[in-house]
Design a binder for this molecule. Structure first.
Ligand code: GLU
Length: 289
């Protein structure tokens, strides 16, 4: 079986030089190994994803000379698959609803954090500070049917106990040069959100379901997702899904050393294309020849 690679952008903005780097590294790996290259559109967030961005993704990738297999998987068309995975986790007793708004969470964090040192996840967001896990089943059912929005969270403590020791094979490297067998530490993320009332999945859940379903053997993606891999390994083990190898790559930065953002027009592939920059120059700028 040939190795399987995937480039998995979210259509919530225009692709930039960093995406070009990630996509081209996937192409390179597929070429080196005689592997297949898939494109997956991660469009589960209807408030941020737009069809014109999706259209722009395929145009920009084609302009770079990248070819991918058909059909393209669009996550928004497969919500039932993620729902089934969520249900399995619910059946294991590992999921609970929480009802606090963002503002309430911020208030709880301020209250509980002694001198502002409430623990944060690797992305800098406060861990869930609420007490929803301890809520009675009756109260839960009452609130869920009251029409209040809610988030479905993973009971991290119970999940970690159930999964046991976790690791992954890093064939690229993490932000601090980590490589080889990496010990996964999902607990640093706290009770992550797996789904919401209005969106029956999350990035973490859909990415592990799809990587398994599409037979992805090596995940090539930016180092900004290195720590998220701990959550992905945890979910893979809980759901009985195979573990791909991970190749995290360095992030392309601007002249000031900042991470590129979809909101900066200057490094968007379409802006560069409109300015007359060629695909060969793009490769050169990101250090690929
Ligand atoms: N959709 C994610 C993003 O655009 C990438 C997901 C992944 O590669 O695992 O940042």
């Amino acid at each position: 079986m040939p190795p399987v690679f995937r480039f998995a952008p979210s259509p919530n903005g225009y692709l930039h030089l960093g995406h070009a780097y990630s996509a081209l590294l996937n192409v390179q790996r597929a070429r080196e190994t005689g592997g297949r290259l898939l494109l997956r559109i991660e469009d589960i967030d209807p408030t941020r994803c737009r069809p014109e961005y999706e259209q722009a993704i395929t145009e920009d990738l084609a302009w770079l000379g990248i070819a991918w297999e058909q059909p393209v998987r669009r996550q928004s068309l497969h919500l039932a698959a993620y729902g089934a995975a969520l249900e399995r986790l619910q059946d294991m007793g590992l999921v609970y609803p929480s009802f606090e708004s963002r503002a309430e969470i911020a208030r709880l964090v301020a209250q509980r954090g002694v001198e502002g040192n409430w623990p944060q996840d690797p992305d800098g967001a406060p861990l869930y500070p609420g007490a929803a896990k301890a809520m009675s089943a009756t109260r839960r059912a009452e609130l869920m049917s009251s029409g209040l929005p809610y988030a479905l969270r993973l009971d991290m403590e119970a999940a970690v106990v159930r999964a046991g020791g976790l690791s992954w094979v890093e064939v690229g490297c993490g932000p601090n040069g980590e490589s080889g067998t990496i010990e996964a530490t999902p607990a640093v993320w706290g009770d992550v959100i797996l789904a919401r009332k209005e969106t029956p999945t999350s990035y973490h859940l859909s990415v592990v379901v799809d990587d398994a379903l599409q037979g992805v053997t090596e995940v090539v993606r930016g180092q900004d997702l290195f720590h998220a891999t701990s959550v992905h390994r945890l979910l893979q083990v809980l759901l009985g899904l195979p573990a791909p190898a991970y190749r995290h790559h360095q992030l392309i930065r601007d002249d000031m050393g900042h991470k590129l953002s979809k909101s900066t027009q200057a490094t968007a592939l379409r802006t560069l294309r409109a300015e007359g920059v060629s695909p060969a120059e793009i490769r050169h700028r990101i250090g690929l020849v």
